[in-house]
Ligand binder design. Sequence first.
Ligand code: UT7
Length: 330
Amino acid sequence: MLHSVGIVGTGSYTPEKVLTNADLEKMVDTNDEWIVNRTGIRERHIADDKTPVSELCYQAAVKALEDAKVAAEEIELVIVATVTPDFAFPATAALVADRLGAKNAAAFDLSAACTGFIYGVTTAAQFVATGVYRTVLVIGAETLSKILNWEDRSTCVLFGDGAGAAVIQPVEEGYGFKSYELGADGSGGHLLAMLGGGSRNPATPETLQKKMHTLSMAGSEVFKFAVRIMGETALNVIEKAGLQKNDIDLFIPHQANSRIIDASVRRLGIDSGKVFVNLDRYGNMSGASIPVALDEAARGGRLKYGDNLLMVGFGAGLTWGGTVLKWSKR
Ligand code: UT7
């Protein structure tokens, strides 16, 4: 017998330091008008030198656990979706579980870049639906500022740091997750990547000199992929949930670029008033974008009991994923 599974608490955290477009104008050959017109981003939060991603995870998780009224000892699995872990190993999830006092939890990291939170909640929900675990903590978190080439204006203006967390548990029958879709196409892996530091290009003075330890992206190719896949994935999960477009009460898309969101929403034919956008204040936080937006939507009263929520992400891999859930929190 499968349980209905949903999100019973959310939390988010972004570092204090804010980097505005005006600040970036002093660092690279860019300007506020270009950044706002081409991306919709006005400012982003940046972690200081002493703050690893696990710290952002911890802060977001504490808030999510409080919101869910769940004690750390109840957590049976911690999943951290990130491409900027504290270390290659051990897993950031294990460090976060330890800091939380989640003594009874298994823990692993998941690498699906900007789709990481959708991969994470989908994975978590299967464990809870089958009764293997009752409580799973999923965190999407990034400190992309630490792997950016701050001399490359085509990437450094786009990203920001942050973390969002969700507690997954059984919920009232008929509520919670209604459908999922996950996808990957590694043939596009080179379009958005950090190529240095792994087993193919271990760190050497040469990889450092070539800036292979920073993020590289073929922006316009990722853009075209994003617009296509966002619409397709959204339609697929709406249909799998047995719903129509008009039944969606809130759409939280991955916050990469307002032009990608606008084009996908136009193609989908969803009322733009139902779309949650906060990228003007945070930039693209990769795996943290959707859960931070979800937490803001939930705390800001944009999600009511019984609402149909659509979330869709896409990113490096290439990966994509979507889910529809009936909001079960009162
Ligand atoms: O979350 C994961 C996935 N990532 C994404 O979703 C990103 C997808 N891609 C994008 O959002 C867009 O492709 C970008 C925002 C990255 C770029 O926008 P674009 O409209 O595709 O611009 P472009 O790369 O074609 O560049 C247009 C011009 C170029 O100048 P020329 O060659 O036309 O003279 C660039 O050099 O804009 C120039 N440019 C800039 N100018 C001022 C690129 N970056 C900047 C900048 N400031 N920061």
